[in-house]
Design a protein around this ligand. Structure first.
Ligand code: SAH
Length: 348
């Protein structure tokens, strides 16, 4: 791919929604296209439709190819673990890491005040960028909720539905191929909008955030856990060249467009009049994760499986040390951002 640092496109450049999956079940109501938000909040730059299509296809292929191997070793959560900031990573077992991935979900809910005894239990949840549905199934069971997951990868959607069926959850959770930037849901639908490590793939962050807000019901909680670059200092108008070069290499390996900072997300949420906006840098709490992923890739099982999992997966594995370097040098920030949609939504 020539350049994956795709700047934010204008909404009119967005490609049409992908075909609807046959796995859609009754509790995911489709939207009428007229209700979709179509105007970006700000256009940082422009990008061509072929570039966007190439990015989406790259993401779909990457996850189609790599999800089986990931699941085989790491299970059904395709996100970082959350650890005590003084955790000694070398002594942690794979079981510890898997527990840390569950802890990531719990800590995210706690940060958003959803574990508070007075908080309203979410009953309708959307999982935006759902992977093979680990978060959806966990949240549906925890809250007794209905959950709809969307992903660009047909293999992931299929696997997520199969896992739901095998766990007797088909009447509660469902998964389909759909674009987070044009979600196939009506306005004001969900009381928890969940995006766990998918925001970094979105080429148009204003449009992404606006879609999350659109499908959120009045009073709903929105949780975005995502990779950001560090906030810029007041004297800076961009990252340093070496920082951009590092991120460029990561973008190529993981099919990411341009990165933004936590401050950029907060600015977007403020511009949409969201309430209770909270942000935190959890980079110290995820530090053991990538070294652990790298270690599992370097085992005999990891290496042999990698060989058979396609060039995109191999390139992804080769980029793991870059993620470790990005965190160590403070360029990459593992960020949680939460907020609430006002009960009385202002016109946006
Ligand atoms: N949230 C999951 C998976 C994270 S991996 C988990 O925690 O296990 C990133 C996911 O984002 C993948 O499922 C990928 O298909 C999805 N994704 C990336 N861009 C997307 C887009 N534009 N629309 C929908 N899903 C997207």
């Amino acid at each position: 791919m020539a350049s994956l640092r795709i700047p934010v496109p204008s909404a009119s450049f967005l490609s049409p929604p992908p075909p609807r999956s046959p796995h859609l079940v009754h509790h995911c109501r489709p939207s009428s296209s007229s209700s979709r938000a179509r105007t970006p909040l700000m256009a940082m730059a422009s990008s061509s439709p072929p570039q966007l299509q190439e990015l989406k296809q790259g993401i779909a292929d990457f996850y189609d190819q790599s999800s089986g191997l990931w699941e085989q070793i790491w299970g059904d959560h395709m996100h970082h673990g959350f650890y005590d900031s003084d955790a000694d990573d070398v002594s942690l077992s794979l079981t510890n890491h898997r527990s840390a991935q569950i802890r990531m979900i719990e800590e995210s809910l706690r940060f958003a005040s959803l574990l508070h005894p007075d908080s309203k239990i979410p009953k309708r949840i959307v999982d935006v960028g759902c992977g093979i549905g680990g978060s959806s199934r966990y949240l549906a069971q925890k809250f007794g909720a209905q959950c709809c997951g969307i992903t660009l990868s047909p293999i992931q959607a299929q696997r997520a539905n199969a896992l739901a069926a095998s766990q007797g959850l088909s009447d509660q959770v469902s998964f389909q191929v759909a674009d987070a930037l044009q979600q196939p849901f009506p306005d004001d639908e969900f009381d928890l909008v969940w995006s766990m490590e998918s925001g970094e793939h979105m080429p148009d962050k204003p449009k992404f955030v606006k879609e999350l807000v659109r499908v959120a019901a009045p009073g709903a909680t929105i949780i975005i856990v995502t990779w950001c670059h560090r906030d810029l200092n007041p004297s800076e108008d961009s990252l340093k060249p070496w920082e951009n070069e590092l991120l460029q290499k990561i973008c190529k390996a993981y099919f990411l467009p341009a990165w933004c900072s936590a401050a950029d997300y907060v600015g977007l949420l403020h511009s949409l009049s969201l309430q209770d906006i909270k942000v935190a840098d959890w980079s110290p709490n995820v530090a053991p994760f990538w070294p652990a992923v790298l270690r599992t890739a370097l085992t005999w099982k990891g290496l042999t499986s990698l060989l058979f999992s396609g060039i995109k997966t191999i390139k992804g594995a080769l980029a793991m040390p870059l993620m470790i370097e990005g965190y160590k040098k403070g360029v990459i920030k593992f960020t949680i951002i939460t907020c609430r949609k006002p009960e009385q939504a202002p016109d946006v």
